[in-house]
Design a protein around this ligand. Structure first.
Ligand code: KG4
Ligand code: ZN
Length: 335
């Protein structure tokens, strides 16, 4: 079964074709990230405009790269939530028009379910149940993936998402957007023990909080400025990365131990972080759990993951009508 996936929830306009949820036939990503970097973050209006400009050509290229036309696909899967509303609407409306004109079923896909499904592309043998940390620019969840389309949230951030914390700290340190890759790069030359950063206290055993950590970095920068000095950027980047990776890994591994998870995964843009991958990998081995990490190219936003999850949603009977709406927020266990 051939699924065309469409993704436009943030600043990537993406289309991909996946066969039976596992075999990638094409994967096209057009991004406005360079333009967004001029403003230090995603400007929603710019994202929407670029999606509207890029979407036709992006979908056409995904079809032609796979040697197909719209007539050859079996369904159109589209990210409908959560994300920037104006950005999501471009993908949803395009998908609706295409599904209607080609006479194909429309399958709504939750963006975070897609991030989790990126693991199926990298690891054909992976099947639920497993425990997954989903960490992106907008979300940080510890989720039990009970079945292809069944989820239970065990923990979440009570304030900033992990990726958002990377982005904000990068901005404070004068590093370019997106913050995750630029902090990781700066951290390579830094000492992760140079600055003592706090582990913010948070209610809820598997919940995380990053706003205190972000403020601690800000305070160090301001204190240094008042003394007429600068913080050492590589040292601060390394110290921040170490602290946030330790917090995320610790909570995930604690949840894995308590729930006796046999398999652990990472998902979302922050899953590309080398230090986080290393800590989770080492911790999972100690627990005797299998660990699956998505390939770096499937960590950030893409449509292959939407086509993959779309396949399982299709099999689960999930369909969207012409009245399908885009939603800026929606829980992963909504259905
Ligand atoms: O999943 P994603 O591509 O988009 C959303 O759904 O939000 O995640 C983007 C986030 C950004 O905040 C970015 O800074 C972060 O993922 N990110 C990273 C790394 N690469 C991207 N964070 C830490 N380390 C990285 N290597
Ligand atoms: Zn995402």
């Amino acid at each position: 079964m051939y699924i065309l996936g469409i993704e436009s929830s943030c600043d990537e306009t993406a289309a991909a074709i996946v066969e039976d949820g596992r075999k990638l036939l094409s994967n096209v990503i057009s991004t406005s990230v360079k333009e967004q970097a001029l403003y230090g973050g995603v400007v929603p209006e710019i994202a929407s405009r670029r999606h509207a400009e890029y979407i036709s050509a992006t979908v056409e290229k995904a079809l032609s790269d796979a040697g197909m036309t719209a007539a050859d696909i079996d369904a159109v899967a589209v990210t409908f939530a959560p994300g920037l509303i104006g950005a999501l609407l471009v993908g949803v409306n395009f998908a609706k028009g295409l599904a209607y004109s080609a006479g194909k079923p429309l399958v709504p896909v939750h963006h975070l379910r897609g991030h989790i499904a990126a693991n199926y592309l990298t690891h054909p043998q992976l099947e639920p149940p497993f425990l997954c940390l989903v960490a992106s620019g907008g979300h940080s969840h510890i989720v039990q993936v009970q079945d292809w389309c069944r989820y239970k949230i065990l923990g979440r951030t009570v304030d900033d998402a992990a990726g958002e914390a990377f982005d904000k700290v990068a901005r404070t340190l004068g590093l370019p957007y997106p913050g995750g890759p630029s902090i990781s790069q700066a951290a390579r030359q830094g000492d992760p023990h140079a600055y003592k950063l706090p582990t913010p206290h948070v209610e809820g055993k598997y919940n995380v909080s990053f706003s205190g950590l972000k403020t601690a970095v800000l305070n160090e920068v301001h204190n240094a400025e008042q003394r007429g000095q600068n913080v050492n950027v590589p040292d601060m980047a390394a110290s921040f990365q170490e602290r946030i990776a330790q917090i995320l890994a610790k909570k995930l591994l604690m949840a894995a131990e308590d729930t006796k998870a046999k398999t652990i995964c990472l998902a979302g843009g922050v899953a590309a972080n080398g230090r986080l991958r290393q800590l989770v990998n080492d911790g999972a081995q100690k627990l005797g759990a299998k660990i699956y990490l998505p390939e770096l190219k499937f960590c950030g936003d893409n449509a292959a993951m939407i086509a993959t999850q779309g396949y399982y949603e299709y099999l689960d009977g999930n369909r969207g009508g012409l009245d399908l709406n885009a939603l800026p927020t929606l829980e992963i266990d909504y259905r």
